[in-house]
Design a protein around this ligand. Structure first.
Ligand code: FES
Length: 163
């Protein structure tokens, strides 16, 4: 690097040039760290506002489907299926009720599991718990309930559609 004094080029002393390079490298590293920090803060906010459950529901153009032979599902068991791209579950409860809901945790998008022995829907990622009849978020970090589908059972299978 050079400096100009009264129109004459005067070479910069080597130690000043080295300091300048060090300062430039520090500012570049600080800028990159600042961008990473901002992204780290913004991402959870984005994920909260656009919950995985809603993203999964919006990502699919499917509005209804028939699960052939699902009417034979024994009481107290569950059938996992995909509603478009969204992992979903059909539960045949011991009391005879049929419930279908998305299986995408509203916290950070893990696939949830029905646990018949505990009569709950559980997310193993961070311990979220949902009501298996309503999809309501009962405990743990999930901020919203699971989305319910409409269910119609007939002789050929179980029809599931958006509520
Ligand atoms: S992703 Fe389900 S509780 Fe965190």
């Amino acid at each position: 690097m050079s400096d100009t004094t009264a129109g004459t080029l005067v070479p910069m002393p080597p130690e000043e040039e080295s300091d300048l390079k060090t300062r430039r490298a520090f500012l570049t590293a600080a800028g990159a760290a600042g961008l990473l920090y901002t992204a780290a803060l913004a991402y959870p906010i984005y994920r909260y506002l656009a919950s995985p459950n809603e993203m999964a529901m919006n990502a699919t153009a499917v509005t209804e489907l028939t699960l052939k032979d699902a009417q034979k599902l024994p009481a107290g068991s569950v059938l996992m299926f995909k509603f478009g791209t969204a992992p979903s579950m059909l539960i045949h409860h011991m009391d005879g009720r049929w419930i279908a809901l998305t299986a995408v945790c509203t916290h950070l998008g893990c696939t949830v599991q029905y646990e018949p022995q505990a009569d709950r829907i559980h997310c193993a990622c961070h311990g979220g718990v949902y009501n298996p009849y309503t999809g309501a978020n009962v405990s743990g970090p999930p901020p919203k309930p699971l989305k319910l589908f409409k269910v119609a059972v007939n002789e050929a299978g179980v029809e599931v559609s958006r509520a």
